[in-house]
Design a protein around this ligand. Structure first.
Ligand code: PEP
Ligand code: MG
Length: 512
């Protein structure tokens, strides 16, 4: 059976379906409530030494409040699955109203614990950890917290019902060459079905016939045919257009460089933070950034300061619940509100700067004032590093992400205060079009090709060039050959690409 997907991230992957259990679990229970609690207790106890998250989950599981509430609902006539769901929503609504930041931050942990209990009861794997080798992960939606708890080297493809190509699962998967099929009717796929994802044709084959299997194989072989890797910068009508790679880890940096990237246009450091169970120290961050800088050599390594907020949370950073997280304390706003955390990261970047061609990039900029404040904090960091006797790169370039309408309209003044612009078309599109980047219901509006977004890009490029600085694009649109053509014609100075295998494709295209 072939299912058409709504959108996809290119590439080929196949394997047995692994249904990631999240959201409401329905159906009948296959074990008793005692067995479900015991199984989860055993799993969490085994993991509790690995991370504080699992220790916290174990405490919630063992808290009599949860167990008593479940028992009460069962005595009231509910099935074990219904009882866990009811107990969960009761505890969640109770925690949400309590005037205690710590307890409010535990709401997601309670949901996680209850979801895993429900999955156990329904005989479905809770799916956040033990993914079988080569699996195709099938889910309603995959959140950043899910990917951070998966061993992605075991995932051969993702198939989801919801999400858009700029959702973070797609960004992470694209960087690793893992195909993603979105907008798929996942009810047609059962646990253990053999699934093939052809991300280039937006097709998913479930338990394919011999013929279907052969067709997929042919497409894969044509697609994966060798393309010459271009190691030097390419020109379009005499203007150099650098083709960089996007990265979320040191491994991604290595892959992009191997694919001929002229450097890294966007190193998303929040993915480094999300993979850790505590905020990494200055030394830990320094070691990562230094390794990435060494891999890049003379090529630029653009390190974006953490872009937490929106749909990206850190388990160890408590944040006030927000009605509109994408319009809330996100990116530079969060860093300026937590200068101590911000300074740890800036100091690590400044130190790594002595090992290569490192640049700092600030996300979610809306005003000149934010840039001036960042510059002040960088100066404080330099003074501290000097007094600690640590070496650092004093003249490290500072760039602004242009991904809010405010940064487009205030672009002429912001350009005077920064060394480069990097346009984040993923967010710029959602904020200009007022269309959530992860909501498939508004995906027809969420389009970087809309003239409103294209005009904004044109304004950013001229503001940058008038101020004598360069402008690049690091959003996913840069990887779309048609859009890349528009960008180079607009005079863009660089494109930063998520999937390493597309780097030679885009370089060949520009050269033509
Ligand atoms: C963007 O918004 O285009 C971008 C590159 O940043 P992120 O996708 O990480 O929000
Ligand atoms: Mg962004």
């Amino acid at each position: 059976m072939i299912i058409k997907s709504g959108a996809s991230i290119s590439g080929y992957g196949s394997g047995k379906a692994f249904r990631l259990c999240r959201g409401n679990v329905t159906g009948t229970h296959v074990m008793s409530i005692d067995e479900a609690f015991d199984a989860e207790r055993e799993r969490l106890s085994a993991l509790s030494g690995e991370s504080d998250i699992f220790q916290a989950h174990l405490e919630i599981l063992e808290d009599p409040m949860l167990r008593d509430s479940v028992e009460e609902h069962i005595s009231g006539g509910e099935s074990p699955l219904e009882a866990v769901a009811s107990a969960c929503s009761e505890i969640v609504s109770m925690f949400s109203t309590i005037d205690d930041e710590y307890l409010r931050a535990r709401v997601d942990d309670v949901k996680d614990v209850c979801r895993n209990l429900e999955c156990r009861l329904a005989g479905k794997s809770s799916g956040v950890l033990d993914i079988p080798d080569g699996a195709v992960v099938v889910a309603d939606e995959v959140f950043p917290s899910d990917t951070s708890r998966m061993d992605l080297s075991k995932v051969s493809a993702f198939v989801t019902r919801k999400g858009s190509v700029t959702s973070h699962v797609c960004i992470i998967a694209g960087a690793r060459g893992i195909p993603v099929a979105l907008g798929v009717d996942i009810d047609k796929i059962a646990e253990g079905d053999y699934v093939i994802v052809n991300g280039d044709a937006s097709e998913v084959a479930v338990n394919p016939s011999e013929d279907e299997l052969q067709k997929f194989e042919e497409c894969r072989r044509v697609n994966e045919g060798e393309l010459e890797i271009i190691r030097e910068a390419v020109e379009y009508r005499g203007h150099i257009v650098n083709v960089y790679g996007n990265a979320g880890s040191v491994e991604d940096v290595a892959k992009a460089i191997a694919a001929g990237a002229d450097g890294i246009g966007l190193f998303r450091t929040e993915f480094v933070f999300m993979g850790s169970d505590k905020y990494p120290t200055e030394e830990e961050q320094f070691a990562i950034y230094r390794e990435a800088a060494l891999l890049c050599g003379d090529r630029p390594l653009t390190i974006r300061t953490m872009d937490i907020g929106g749909d990206k949370a850190l388990p160890y950073l408590s944040m006030e619940p927000e009605d509109n997280p994408f319009l809330g304390v996100r990116g530079i706003r969060l860093c300026l509100a937590n200068p101590d955390l911000f300074k740890i990261q800036l100091k690590a970047i400044l130190r790594a700067g002595t090992f290569g061609n490192v640049r700092i990039l600030i996300p979610m900029v809306t005003s000149v004032g934010e840039i001036l404040r960042v510059r002040e904090i960088i100066e404080e960091c330099k003074a501290e590093l000097s007094s600690e006797g640590k070496e650092f790169a004093a003249g490290i370039p500072l760039g602004a992400m242009v991904e809010t309408p405010a940064s487009v309209f205030a672009g002429a003044s912001i350009a005077e205060k920064v060394d480069f612009f990097s346009i984040g078309t993923n967010d710029l599109t959602q904020y200009i079009m007022a269309a959530d980047r992860g909501n498939s219901g508004v995906s027809q509006l969420y389009n970087p090709k809309n003239p409103a977004v294209k005009n904004a890009v044109g304004m950013v490029v001229s503001n940058a060039h008038n101020a004598g600085i360069k402008a690049g694009v690091c959003g996913e649109a840069a990887s779309d050959p048609e859009y890349a053509e528009f960008l180079v014609e607009t005079g863009i100075d660089s494109l930063s690409i998520s999937a390493p295998r597309l780097i030679p494709v885009i370089k060949h295209l520009i050269r033509k």
